[in-house]
Design a protein around this ligand. Structure first.
Ligand SMILES: Cc1cc2nc3c(=O)[nH]c(=O)nc-3n(C[C@H](O)[C@H](O)[C@H](O)COP(=O)(O)O)c2cc1C
Length: 134
């Protein structure tokens, strides 16, 4: 079956540890059930999430996520078939967005609107490579 990759960004609404934990617990359960893997980069000013899996499962997860009121301004940057998963071992890897993504000032200044799909994918390539380091 063909694999679909979707990457979106959004603006957290009501971001705190409890909210994030509850998102991650649910996401990991649902994704394990649906054969979805991926990573969620999160900071109080941005969510950036990569989801990969069978196309119908990924589309329906993203449809649910888009209607979630714990974030706003969901924007899809990448939506393409892929031959391999980037985070095959992760129902949902969580990364507290570190300094290597956009700065807070960049986020405020609309880096998100101007981002190319390649730029957004590159954040996840870097995260995967960091993850793979011993
Ligand atoms: C930032 C963010 C990331 C999420 N990631 C996932 C995910 O990877 N998989 C998933 O099934 N739900 C995820 N959710 C939760 C969904 O939005 C939704 O609450 C959940 O799928 C339950 O939907 P249901 O009540 O219709 O079953 C995420 C929500 C947010 C706000």
């Amino acid at each position: 079956m063909s694999l679909l990759r979707i990457i979106y960004t959004s603006r957290p609404f009501g971001f705190d540890t409890a909210t994030l934990n509850s998102i991650l617990v649910h996401a990991r359960q649902a994704n394990a059930r649906d054969d979805i893997t991926g990573a969620l980069i999160c900071r109080e000013d941005i969510y950036m999430q990569l989801l990969e899996g069978p196309e119908p499962a990924v589309r329906s997860a993203v449809a649910r996520i888009m209607h979630d009121d714990r974030h706003l301004e969901v924007k899809i940057h990448v939506e393409r078939p892929v031959s391999e998963r980037m985070f095959a071992q992760w129902a949902m890897l969580h990364d507290p967005a570190t300094s290597w993504i956009w700065s807070r000032a960049d986020v405020t200044n609309d880096a998100i609107q101007d981002a190319t799909p390649q730029e957004v994918e590159a954040f996840f390539t870097k995260l995967r490579d960091e993850q793979a380091r011993p």
